[in-house]
Design a protein around this ligand. Structure first.
Ligand SMILES: [Zn+2]
Length: 110
């Protein structure tokens, strides 16, 4: 399985169990539910902010894409709010950690 390779190329992919269909994130070779084999599929491109924190002048957010998939990354611009919709603009691997950048999809003054 080459999920890491795809992520490094900036293509957000996730794992999917061939047996029970569970979406698997972070990537694993086998499903943690039924131990079925996991294959790669395109990941969702949007999600909602569930938590965020400001560090120096940057915002870091936790994005919930589905019940199983949460990712953490940096917001490129704007001010985050809980439940706000964002899309992935960049992904990759930096120092062995998955890394994402998001941009806001809704107006910031809602
Ligand atoms: Zn499974």
């Amino acid at each position: 399985m080459n999920i890491d390779k795809e992520l490094q190329k900036g293509h957000f992919v996730i794992g999917k169990c061939t047996k029970c269909g569970k979406k698997v994130w972070p990537p694993m070779d086998f499903c943690d539910e039924c131990f079925g084999e996991v294959i790669m599929e395109d990941g969702p491109q949007t999600g909602r902010i569930t938590e965020f924190a400001k560090k120096e002048n940057e915002y870091f957010c936790i994005i919930e894409m589905t019940e199983e998939i949460r990712i953490m990354g940096k917001l490129l611009s704007g001010t985050p709010k809980n439940n706000q919709l964002v899309k992935i603009t960049q992904c990759g691997i930096v120092e062995n950690n998955y890394f994402f950048e998001f941009s806001l999809l809704e107006s910031a003054n809602m």
